[in-house]
Design a protein around this ligand. Structure first.
Ligand SMILES: Cc1cc2nc3c(=O)[nH]c(=O)nc-3n(C[C@H](O)[C@H](O)[C@H](O)COP(=O)(O)OP(=O)(O)OC[C@H]3O[C@@H](n4cnc5c(N)ncnc54)[C@H](O)[C@@H]3O)c2cc1C
Ligand code: FES
Length: 253
């Protein structure tokens, strides 16, 4: 993990309230799918850096996508090419896919799809069955990218404006018996991850499942404990340092 002054290369809207930003680092860093960066907002009124999943790395260029939520992301959306932002990268553990996991189900909702794309674009030699959910067509993005990296892609929306009118967990479960994945990887809103955990348990599906969590963060490097989550053995884990990727059975959702 290193701290850099990065230059904004591109920053533009890709869907309703969702932006893709590419920054150029002064040197190349090794990044694993599911790791994240912590980036300054460019405005001292929003002092804390904000965490975002790394979506793509091309040489010294790093791309992440972000949804406007509050002050920090509004400031980021105003950054222009050439602006300088302070970034700490890479952070967190990322997804570790065992060699034995040949068929991988990818279950993503909303902004959770961004770190998942980085896994399926970089970890080769697997059959990815992706189930990607959006609120509606206005929020849909990166469909072409998922299409070219996935063996099989199912798009769903809450309102049925594209794909089936359902959610990503339900779409995956209706396919699960046919696909028989060796591993499930997932990232999305807490309600989605809770539903995934409950449904796997209810249906007696014992396929290993790795989930990436999003918690509010302070330092991003394991020092402040703002981001702790409860583990099923009754201890705490730091999402920034011990995660953000956990075995679904290891954490309380
Ligand atoms: C490991 C990790 C990876 C993430 N990856 C992405 C990503 O790829 N794309 C993306 O759009 N967002 C991602 N997030 C969430 C993103 O960090 C927050 O949306 C952002 O920090 C909000 O900043 P803000 O100043 O605009 O909002 P604030 O004004 O700080 O908050 C506005 C709203 O956003 C919620 N919020 C704030 N921080 C977080 C957080 N860390 N997680 C969830 N909700 C939060 C608040 O509860 C509040 O409701 C990630 C978060 C983590 C922890
Ligand atoms: S954000 Fe400080 S310990 Fe995780």
């Amino acid at each position: 993990m290193k701290e850099f002054i990065a230059k904004v290369k591109e920053n533009s809207a890709i869907a309703n309230g969702i932006y893709a930003m590419t920054i150029t680092l002064p040197e190349e860093v090794e990044v694993k799918g599911g790791q994240f960066l912590n980036i300054s907002t460019g405005n001292p009124a929003h002092l804390l850096k904000r965490p975002f999943g790394i979506m793509r790395k091309e040489g010294k260029d790093i791309t992440f996508c972000y949804q406007i939520k509050g002050g920090g992301t509004i400031c980021l959306s105003q950054a222009k090419a050439g602006d300088e932002l302070n970034v700490t990268i890479p952070l967190g553990n990322g997804f570790s896919l065992p060699e034995s996991a040949k068929k991988v189900a990818v279950v993503g909702g909303g902004v959770g799809i961004f770190p998942l794309l980085s896994v399926i674009e970089t970890v080769k030699g697997r059959e990815y069955y992706s189930y990607i959910g959006f609120r509606g067509s206005d929020y849909a993005c990166l469909i072409k990218d998922f299409k070219s990296a996935s063996y099989n892609l199912t798009i769903v929306t809450d309102d049925g404006s594209i794909g089936q009118k359902t959610n990503a967990v339900a779409a995956f479960l209706s396919d699960c018996e046919k696909v028989q994945p060796d591993l499930i990887i997932s990232c999305g809103p807490p309600v989605m991850l809770r539903a995934l955990k409950a449904q796997l348990k209810e249906r007696g599906i014992s396929t290993p499942c790795l989930v990436s969590l999003e918690e509010r963060m302070g330092c991003g490097i394991g020092a402040c404990l703002v981001c702790v989550c409860k583990t099923t053995d009754g201890t705490n884990a730091r999402v920034c340092k011990d995660g953000p990727v956990f075995d679904i059975n290891e954490v309380e959702l």
